[in-house]
Design a protein. Structure first.
Length: 484
């Protein structure tokens, strides 16, 4: 039989990449508007501390500060910093901000994958647009309200209130927010090394309605969070599950030197869910522009248990990170098989789904990844020499190279959701701490009952972070209550 599919020739396909040049030009324009003036610091650069310094002296409420206590920075406030309100008596602090992520790219697959999932597609889209308000009352009460446009859907994101420094219990948080279940999940999407989280992220829950207690111990080297959640079907979760879930996450820093220039992060999380019967899970190939290749179909089961093991090591510009997740499903019944599966409805059994990733990255310009002690997660990258409005003293920003291997296995009888293995290469250009340009290439190997083959996925992103000063920077105290 003659294949009559019409392929796009090379000149036509190259035209599809025109969005890259448009987005690049846009990033330069907006970086001039939201870029930061170069601060004048009288004291020498103190980015790296000395070995043996107490971690307690290094920690700040958000990330590790680069200035010595008492260092004064003389610079005009940026447009974004003017969005921060601080009353004279400091009883109320309010910050308005948000972020915008613009994606472009597409994928090309072999004929078997195209026949089942559709032809190649090249497109641009608003991956995420978020506006937020954060407030602090009397130093111990916090509130966050976020409205988010995610992949074309408008929904609430983080909506919660907090009470800090409760004796023996730490911080109480109640509302709708991300469950503390993995390093990737609790690290904000805008601070991820790659454009999207790994395949294994499909096994961890996203934002749900619930409450947690969390705290740090051993001078910040030990962090824990425990809570109870009910699903709210928010748009950032790959799984749909009904029932009450109980979660516990513990992370540690066996190594922490030079204010985070070298650190070792290890962690373990566990979640148990007593389901009301309904469960389904779908996964994209680490791109929101591509279709969902893996799908468990609609299931009924009694309970789910998810365990995630975490590892990360940072040594100067080098960073290594890996996680592996197992999800155990008890008393599974297939209600509606997935389109690509050959398992009949009514099949029963117990299943184990699993996935993981390993990644490495390197800053050509010498920076290192910042770490958020309270969350046990990575934070914002601050270029040593950012692109600024002042052309005479402007730098070129920070450049990071990255590679990742990931795998997700949704085949465990009676479930036939498919298996996927990905290899991703990435380049990040942090023009300044507000503007970031990213390019990712992913080779996806897909194996399902209905179709097997591969996809080449190429995607780009321009990211803008519209933030005033962090409330933690205004509070000027550490998690341990010691004044600077």
């Amino acid at each position: 039989m003659v294949n009559t599919k019409i392929r796009i020739n090379t000149p036509q396909r190259l035209l599809r990449y025109s969005h890259i040049f448009v987005l690049t030009a846009l990033s330069f324009s907006l970086s001039l508007v939201w870029g930061e003036p170069v601060p004048q610091i009288d004291s020498p650069d103190t980015k790296n501390g000395t070995d043996g310094e107490s971690i307690k002296e290094d920690l700040e409420i958000k990330t590790l500060e680069k200035e010595e206590p008492g260092t004064e920075i003389e610079s005009k406030p940026t447009i974004l910093e003017k969005l921060t309100i601080d009353t004279k008596d400091s009883r109320l602090k309010l910050r308005i901000g948000g972020n915008l992520l613009l994606d472009g790219g597409g994928w090309d697959s072999n004929s078997d994958i195209q026949d089942f999932y559709g032809d190649e597609n090249w497109d641009t889209d608003v991956r995420k647009a978020l506006i937020e308000a954060k407030a602090q009352f009397n130093q111990y009460f916090n509130a966050t309200l976020q409205l988010e446009l995610d992949s074309g859907k408008l929904d609430w994101a983080d909506v919660y209130v907090e009470r800090e420094k409760i004796p023996y219990l730490g911080t109480l948080r109640i509302g709708n927010f991300v469950e503390p279940t993995s390093l990737e999940r609790v690290t904000s999407l805008k601070y991820q090394t790659f454009m999207e989280r790994s395949l294994a992220n499909a096994l961890t829950p996203g934002r749900n309605l619930g409450g947690t207690f969390s705290d740090t111990h051993l001078d910040g080297r030990l962090q824990w969070a425990a809570g109870i959640f009910s699903p709210t079907d928010t748009i950032d979760s790959a799984a749909e599950v009904d029932g009450i879930g109980y979660v516990l996450r513990v992370t540690g820093l066996p190594i922490f030197k030079n204010k985070g220039a070298e650190l070792l992060h290890v962690g373990l999380s566990y979640k148990h869910t007593d389901t009301d019967g309904s469960f389904s899970l779908r996964a994209r190939p680490e791109s929101y522009l591509a279709p969902r290749y893996l799908n468990t179909g609609s299931l009924e089961l009694d309970t789910t248990d998810t365990i995630t093991m975490e590892f990360a090591y940072v040594r100067g510009p080098w960073s290594f990170q890996s996680e592996y997740t197992f999800t155990y499903l008890d008393n599974v019944t297939v209600v509606e098989p997935p389109p690509m599966g050959n398992n009949p409805a009514g099949s029963t059994g117990n299943s184990t789904l699993h996935g993981g990733y390993v990644q490495a990255s390197y800053f050509l310009t010498g920076e290192y990844r910042t770490y958020n002690i309270r969350k046990g997660a990575f934070g914002q990258t601050n270029p040593e020499h950012p692109w600024t409005r002042n052309s005479d003293s402007s730098g070129k920003g920070a450049v990071e190279l990255a590679a990742r291997l990931s795998r997700l296995d949704l085949n465990s009888d009676p479930i036939r959701g498919g298996v996927e293995k990905n290899a991703t290469l990435g380049v990040n250009w942090y023009i300044n701490k507000r503007v970031r340009f990213t390019v990712n290439y992913t080779y996806a190997d897909i194996d399902t009952d209905a179709a097997s083959g591969h996809s080449h996925i190429f995607q780009t992103r321009i990211q803008f972070d519209f933030q005033g000063k962090e409330l933690g920077e205004l509070k000027t105290f550490t998690p341990f209550g010691r004044k600077r």
